[in-house]
Design a protein. Sequence first.
Length: 250
Amino acid sequence: MKAIEVKKLVKQYARTHERAVDGISFSVKQGEFFAFLGPNGAGKTTTISILTTTLRKTAGQVLIAGHDLDHETKQIREKVGIIFQKPSLDKTLSAEQNIRFHACLYGMFMYRPAFWLMPSAYKKRVQELAEIVGLQNNLFQPINKLSGGMQRKLEIIRSLMHMPDILFLDEPTQGLDAVSRRALWNYINLVRREHGTTVFLTTHYIDEAEGADSMAIIDHGKIVFSGAPQKLKTKLNVKKLEDAYVELLG
């Protein structure tokens, strides 16, 4: 079964001559680790925003977990988790309150006005994820008291709360220290193994895509390569994916 199917996807913003996304097609198998790479302005974030229902497409067909993007956005949102490149936290709330509202909006738990009133399953999940990313000592601090890296960790916790079938990661480790970055990837790999979660990654840390099952590289709105990382390395006769990526786009 395909977790993601994209056919001839187009996005053209108003009052622009060039398409941000220009008729791209690709698919991602269920449980696969898929990397979607490209330089700044290539169309990566536009594509991921369309796939996660936060941006309207101009043309094309998109199926997410078997659901049609044009008619089943609610069902799609229930299946996906998202870590966006740009922060989307409510700065009037504490870290834990941001998590609690998100979990309740997804229908995971009935809302309670305080952390200690929430079910034990909620509290256990929050504390487990907080320990993984190193935020256990900051859960009850106001957002404006957290550093940029801490806020990034909070968004990671929030996106993983409901065990999504498909996890979209848009520059997930940007702003994280090396220890937190490794801990996050160890956890994502664990989730993939134990729950069959599909991972869709965009990143400028090309080494993070070395272990991808398949990938696509987009440039100026068009797919310029599609296939396994090893296929591109073999084609360009290099050992590291980053070297192949630079050579292809350079």
